[in-house]
Ligand binder design. Structure first.
Ligand code: MG
Length: 383
């Protein structure tokens, strides 16, 4: 089946200011138009791309587009531009999508729903529910409310709108005969076709104002990686087991502490929390709280890792230095890698454990205490 998309970039986008049509404003080094084209170029069900540019525009479509593409010049109104685009759609296209270049964050799922909806219903609009209460006033600029609309039946229309070819032909024909609409679905309605709603996506925003553009830039420029550091020190005490990284290590003393005093888990927990800026172990699991007395620090680490995941991050790797005069850490490093990896949901290869002495100086060097440094890298989940 041949599916074509018409990307409407024919407007002058004057509301955004800056003297440049908005489709050529950039987010993260790529223009809105390039981003919109790339979304359809990457979608396996899209066969060809028709781009409608403003009159007098000499800006070429990026050469990186792999799919067949045509560029046509738009008309005075959006509906005129889409009509020009439709005339350039290949004869064998049975489904035609119409997309606003000003929606650069369209997802593959929304594109799929527009295609499937067009096949099932003839004409569909991806849309999101209205969450705010909607007031209708007496006039465009008037302040007097005449009605509160039932928001359960209200939806905000997005693009790409999907059409069976004959339905879009009818809609464009209606436009030629005097109907006018702010989108093609509205023309299809006027041509007597049923238009259905399919789920859109809150992220599929339209960039209309300078504030929209700034928000989108802030979102796209947020770094993909973050780094965090953690440190812990516990004093050795008689009559305690020595637990490091969840592994019980044979030694004549253990570490003193409110919890199980697993300094490796504590330092790693602080490193991943720090990377995601979610606070620290003392704030999340305070030692004044009886819940954490003798707590299993591996569980606290797993809890912290879940918080990091909930915040949209995944841990990439962790590097740990254990500073202790005795016992030797090396023989236990592999077991510690295994248990830390299980708590973090990682491959053991993503955890490094190194032992170090302190050359006999300070509390660690005198064997009175054990200290741990940890560094963690986290990445934005889903790329
Ligand atoms: Mg500690």
């Amino acid at each position: 089946m041949t599916v074509s998309v018409i990307i409407a970039a024919g407007g002058q986008g004057t509301r955004l200011g800056g003297g440049v049509p908005k489709q050529w404003r950039a987010i993260g080094g790529k223009t809105l138009l390039e981003r919109s084209i790339a979304a359809f170029d990457a979608h396996p069900r899209i066969s060809e791309i028709v781009v409608v540019l403003p009159q007098g525009s000499d800006t070429a479509v990026p050469a990186t587009v792999a799919k067949p593409r045509r560029v046509v010049t738009g008309g005075a109104r959006r509906q005129d531009s889409v009509a020009e685009g439709f005339a350039a759609v290949s004869a064998d296209a049975s489904v035609v999508l119409v997309h606003d270049a000003a929606r650069p964050f369209v997802t593959a799922d929304v594109i799929d729903r527009a295609i499937d909806g067009a096949i099932a219903h003839g004409a569909v609009v991806p849309a999101v529910p209205v969450h705010d209460t909607v007031k209708q006033t007496a006039a465009a600029s008037g302040a007097r409310v005449v009605a509160t609309l039932p928001r359960e039946t209200l939806f905000l229309a997005q693009t790409p709108q999907g059409f069976r070819r004959d339905v879009l032909a009818d809609a464009i024909d209606a436009g030629r005969k005097g109907a006018s609409g702010t989108d093609e679905a509205m023309l299809a309605e006027q041509a007597g076709h049923d238009v259905h709603v399919v789920p859109g996506d809150e992220a599929n925003v339209k960039i209309t104002t300078a504030a929209d553009l700034e928000r989108a830039r802030a979102r796209s420029m947020a770094p993909a990686f973050r780094i965090g550091t953690g440190y812990d020190l516990h004093v050795f005490a008689e009559g305690r087991p020595l637990l490091l990284g969840g592994v019980k290590i044979p030694y004549d003393r253990g570490l003193k502490g409110h919890s199980d005093a697993d300094a490796v888990c504590h330092a790693v927990t602080d490193a991943i929390l720090g990377a995601a800026n979610l606070g620290d172990i003392g704030r999340l699991f305070p030692d004044t709280d009886p819940r954490w007395k003798d707590a299993d620090s591996l569980k606290l680490l797993a809890d912290a890792a879940a918080r990091v995941r909930d915040a949209g991050w995944q841990v990439v790797n962790v590097d740990v230095v254990v500073i202790a005069e005795r016992p030797k850490i090396g023989p236990h490093a592999a077991a510690m890698q295994q248990s830390l990896a299980a708590a973090l949901g990682l491959d053991p290869g993503a955890i490094a454990i190194k032992g170090k002495t302190n050359e006999g100086v300070d509390a660690t060097g005198r064997g009175e205490a054990l200290a741990v440094h940890a560094v963690a890298l986290i990445a934005r989940a889903g790329g």
